[in-house]
Design a protein around this ligand. Structure first.
Ligand code: PLP
Length: 424
């Protein structure tokens, strides 16, 4: 089929995760941001109720972060951390992350984002079992509707099927399998069927994000962790969204009382001011690679920008702000306000099937008669950026600096929009 010439004449930038002909000609081009607001190229001011892609936790365009980047770049943009080399910023950030880690005495692997972090965590889990001589423990389990980024491992373990399709095999990386969203009995049965001897790790988001904002049921994560422990399966907690305060504790692992073997992070570590992610690694996994012996194995992983000095300096400045302004506690307060307001809407509006809130992170699931995509477009037209997720759900994850008044305006805009749709 010959593509439409107007589509062919579109911008050179290939939009991510987009049905291209549907977005061309109606792209929302963002030129500027400040605090919880962004401005479009055609001059509209929008409240950023998603914090971009759940990243802008401290708000947009803060000069302190720009100064941290400029100071670092004019001293040293970066230096790699391969072999004997390191740079002072990567070392300092790793110390700071180790001190705040929910995994005791961890080592820190740094890289460029969440998909990167997932690739490393899955690779390291498999490397762990090969080194242990338990060579059949290769399968990686993940949950239905999970999103773990779109690199090769993330694509393969994704629980949103459309992200896995079209590559010729069920899983780009062989040996992955899905478990249900909540059902632990079925999960135990799947483990028994595949055989614990064939399973290396289980990956889960503490609160599923892109899959529709799905918080864990009461006790789910601790029981899942126990199931992993009983079967000698490594637990990888993907805290790319929840890390650095989104659920009202620095990491969701603390809120839910779970101690994973590996923990992935990204977004909130720099609030998006520099591309950075990484993995917290527990002693059980790192110690054998640190033994003082000629036969000690090497973990063959790394990238030019692993431990990027400017990204690390920016992360330090971001963590300073998070701590100085008490933003993790603030996210906890905002959770209560968000939950109260959304439950109130749910009680009054037939268009709402369910609201799910965990931390300053909410999902509003609409009934089938209403369309989250259309509601999103209407809300953007009214000056509020929300996002449609799986399950006809609206995503709400504003920056932690959101004021009470701003939250009230957001909730009122959602309520008005649903009222208009319901015709009352
Ligand atoms: N893991 C989770 C839970 C995510 O939500 C995301 C991105 O939204 C990723 C991994 C991938 O992160 P990135 O887009 O930085 O590669």
């Amino acid at each position: 089929m010959t593509p439409d010439p107007t589509v062919l004449a579109g911008p050179a930038l290939w939009p991510a995760q987009a049905h291209v002909p549907s977005v061309l000609g109606r792209q929302i081009v963002i030129e500027r941001g400040q605090g919880s607001y962004i401005w479009t190229a055609d001059g509209r001011k929008l409240f950023d109720a998603t914090a971009g892609l759940w990243h802008a936790n401290i708000g947009h365009s803060r000069p302190e972060l720009a100064r941290a980047a400029a100071d670092q770049m004019t001293r040293l943009e970066t230096y790699h951390i391969f072999g004997r080399f390191a740079n002072d910023q990567a070392l300092a950030l790793a110390e700071r992350l180790a001190a705040m880690s929910p995994i005791p005495d961890p080592k820190i692997i740094l890289n460029s984002g969440g998909s990167d972090a997932i690739d490393v965590a899955c690779k390291l889990a498999r490397r762990h079992w090969q080194r242990e001589g338990r060579t059949t423990k290769t399968t990686i389990l993940s949950r239905e509707f999970a999103y773990h980024g779109l690199h090769a491992f993330g694509t393969s373990i994704g629980g949103l099927d459309f992200n896995r399709e079209g590559y010729g095999t069920e899983s780009l990386v062989p040996e992955t399998a899905r478990i249900p969203l909540h059902d632990l009995d079925t999960t135990a049965a799947i483990i028994a069927e595949i055989g614990a001897d064939n399973i290396g790790a289980l990956v889960t988001e503490p609160v599923q994000g892109t899959g529709g904002v799905n918080p864990p049921k009461e006790g789910y994560l601790t029981r899942l962790a126990k199931l992993c422990q009983d079967n000698d399966i490594l637990l990888i907690l993907d805290e790319v969204i929840t890390g650095f305060g989104r659920t009202g504790t620095m990491f969701a692992a603390e809120r839910f009382g779970v101690a994973p073997d590996l923990l992935t992070f990204a977004k909130g570590v720099t609030s998006g001011y520099a591309p950075l992610g990484g993995v917290l690694v527990s002693p059980r996994i790192w110690q054998p690679f640190y033994v003082d012996s000629d036969t000690t194995p090497v973990f063959r992983h790394g990238a030019t920008y692993a431990g990027h000095a400017t990204a690390a300096a920016v992360a330090m400045a971001n963590l300073d702000i998070l701590e100085r302004e008490g933003l993790v506690e603030r996210a906890g307060q905002l959770e209560i306000q968000l939950e109260t307001a959304l439950q109130d809407i749910a009680r009054r509006r037939d268009s709402v099937r369910e609201v799910r809130v965990c931390g300053f992170l909410g999902g509003i699931a609409l009934t089938d008669r209403y369309d989250a995509v259309a509601v999103t477009d209407t809300l953007i037209g009214r000056g509020f950026v929300v996002r449609p997720l799986r399950g006809n759900t609206l995503q709400l994850s504003p920056p932690f600096i959101t004021t009470d008044d701003e939250l009230a305006l957001l909730v009122a805009a959602i309520d008005d929009t649903l009222a208009d749709l319901e015709g009352r």
